[in-house]
Write a protein that binds this ligand. Structure first.
Ligand code: DQQ
Length: 591
């Protein structure tokens, strides 16, 4: 009796905690389906496969690893199941590219083979060490399931393809000490060289439910010592996977910075991937290299409500500095949102979203993201719309392109009607996600909802709307803009059963967009690729990736519209849309 009461109280506590943190569809770590991990793929179903996103020909992929630009090639490594379409049998698969669009698959760089990684070659990064060449830092899992940090070096650093990798016998570099949680210690970042003559790397962890990022330093890249304090930590955020830590310029809003940049015109970004929810968040702050401490600025939340690189299906992201073009590029993984059975029958799961440049916004309060310019080389058929008013309930079709494989950029002007925006009561406790759920694309507002309807059937039996809704903050009188990418109406497909794995995940992803609309304009760009819709609000201030699986709105039966369901007429100042070609090479023939 007493025990059952305690259990009930605990259960209630967990439920309350989950709801107060707005945690939906929670899953911790990758699901392990032992009986399916090595189930070989008979045939690959192409219906929902992407055309221009990074994918291997079959099987499961997750985190991007490494990325680096070296001797004329971009290298992308990624977590890959060599045997099946669910997580398991993970190796570091390896591809190279000259343009970040066409990819050539090489042999796997790392796979479990030594005592220090026999149970796993998990995520990590690459550092180019002068005089030595590229060095991989990665998490190995040993026989006891302890996570440890290892290194690997190329057999021939003069090979621009970096085809062969060696795991020296003096591994591991770092074992968790007795104060640490050995099953929560992973994903070392690219190391940077500091003025005090040390290399430094950050490793993700947790203590009880506190998320932690440890900093380690080394003079020779071999002997690593843990700094006295974690570089940062935060209570109640759970395991911090895939930390990323890098500077951004506060004066140059065009170029990225390498990790060892030391000018005073910087802020640091600390991004962590939250295993509890599979969402990420970042803070902007100040890094003190003498104390090895990072302090977030304090004007944005440090925790569940933190800013995100992407408010949708996006995880385990990682940036690298591109020496060729002086930019910082972000890679991130989008998992499937389909049922487990369909992932398996498709024979593939997961993709990397289009790489994005990362810069500090001119307001210095957040980052902005934009698809790398190279992706525009795939643009073909082009159509344009100019100065079109869209009245309440109107929907205009964008014709002349392939809507299931497209890039569309639209600029709306709502300057004439802002005073008609709905009131946003500052006491609203709604999170964007809930607000979008209540105020979906069909719920009439004042200014908005307006935006794009992607992957749609003409009668809207299926559609994935990406849209804005403008509120008026009743305390500041400023506009408050909500952006949604709503997968709820995306597919007619029925769930296969009551279990989570039998249901499609169709969330109403959303984020606020920090714009004042002083010139009345707000832009939206969507990259649409069969089962992926990546959308960039206000030139990349708010980004949302959705994964959707229509049954009717597929291939040539998919349609694209621009729409307005607000009482106020909205002006489409310009709309530019392109069909997107397939890259010539996308890991053809990969293992
Ligand atoms: N995936 C890797 C881990 C990492 C997690 C294992 C994040 O290293 O923490 O495949 O998705």
């Amino acid at each position: 009796m007493v025990v059952s009461n305690i259990v009930s109280v605990l259960l209630l506590f967990v439920l309350l905690n989950l709801s107060s943190n707005n945690i939906k569809g929670v899953e911790a770590f990758h699901h392990v389906y032992e009986n399916l991990q090595s189930q070989s793929v008979e045939a690959v179903n192409h219906l929902h496969r992407s055309a221009f996103h990074f994918q291997p020909p079959r099987h499961w992929i997750n985190d991007p690893n490494g990325p680096v630009y070296y001797k004329g090639f971009y290298h992308l490594f990624y977590q890959y199941n060599t045997k099946g379409a669910v997580w398991g049998n993970i190796v570091w698969a390896h591809s190279v590219s000259k343009d970040l669009v066409n990819w050539e698959a090489l042999e796997h760089a790392l796979y479990p083979s030594k005592w220090f990684d026999i149970k796993g070659t998990w995520s990590g990064s690459i550092t180019i060490v002068p005089g030595k060449g590229p060095i991989i830092l990665y998490t190995g899992v040993n026989q006891n399931e302890t996570q440890i940090q290892n290194y690997a070096i190329p057999k021939d650093p003069s090979d621009p393809y970096l085809r062969k990798w060696i795991k020296p016998d003096d591994n591991p570099l770092v074992m968790p000490d007795y104060t640490m949680n050995g099953s929560a210690f992973r994903d070392p970042t690219t190391a940077w060289f500091s003025e005090d003559g040390h290399w430094r790397t950050v490793v993700g962890s947790k203590r009880k439910n506190r998320g932690i990022a440890y900093i380690y330093r080394s003079r020779d890249f071999k002997h690593w010592v843990k700094a006295k304090h974690p570089v940062h930590s935060k209570e109640s955020t759970g395991m911090w996977e895939c930390p990323d830590f890098f500077p951004v310029s506060t004066t140059d809003f065009q170029n990225g910075l390498d990790l060892d940049y030391t000018g005073s015109n910087t802020k640091h970004v600390l991004k962590v991937s939250l295993d509890l929810t599979r969402f990420e968040y970042y803070t902007l702050g100040t890094y003190d290299p003498k104390k090895d401490r990072y302090v977030p600025n304090g004007d944005t939340p440090d925790g569940w409500d933190g800013l995100r690189f992407d408010y949708g299906n996006y995880y385990a992201s990682k940036t690298f500095f591109d020496y060729k073009k002086n930019r910082r590029i972000l890679w991130g993984w989008a998992n499937e949102s389909d049922t487990l059975e369909d992932d398996i029958s498709k024979g593939w799961a997961g993709l990397q979203v289009i790489p994005r440049t990362v810069l500090l916004d001119a307001n210095k309060k957040q980052l902005v993201f934009w698809p790398i310019e190279e992706i525009e080389s795939l643009r073909s058929n082009y159509v344009r719309m100019n100065n079109k008013n869209i009245t309440m309930g109107q929907r205009l079709e964008v014709e002349g392109i392939t809507p299931a494989q497209a890039d569309v950029e639209v600029t709306f002007n709502v300057g004439q009607c802002l005073e008609k925006a709905e009131a946003f009561d500052p006491s609203f406790t709604f999170k964007p996600f809930d607000l979008c759920k209540i105020k979906g694309s069909n719920v009439t507002g004042g200014v908005g909802p307006f935006g794009l309807i992607t992957l749609a059937t003409p009668d809207l039996e299926e559609y994935t709307p990406v849209f804005f809704r403008v509120f008026k903050d009743t305390s500041t009188y400023k506009p408050k803009v909500l952006m949604c990418s709503d997968a709820r109406p995306s597919s007619l497909k029925q769930d296969r059963g009551p279990l989570k794995q039998d249901r499609m995940y169709k969330p109403s992803f959303a984020g606020f967009v920090d714009v004042d609309l002083s010139d009345g304009r707000i832009s939206l760009r969507s990259l649409i690729d069969h089962s992926v819709v990546e959308s960039f609000g206000a030139l990349g201030k708010t980004v949302i990736t959705s994964r959707v699986y229509p049954v009717k709105a597929v291939k040539e039966n998919a349609h694209l519209y621009v729409f307005n369901n607000g009482t106020q007429t909205v002006n489409v100042e310009s709309l530019d849309a392109w069909s997107m070609e397939r890259p010539l090479k996308m890991n053809n023939g990969a293992l």
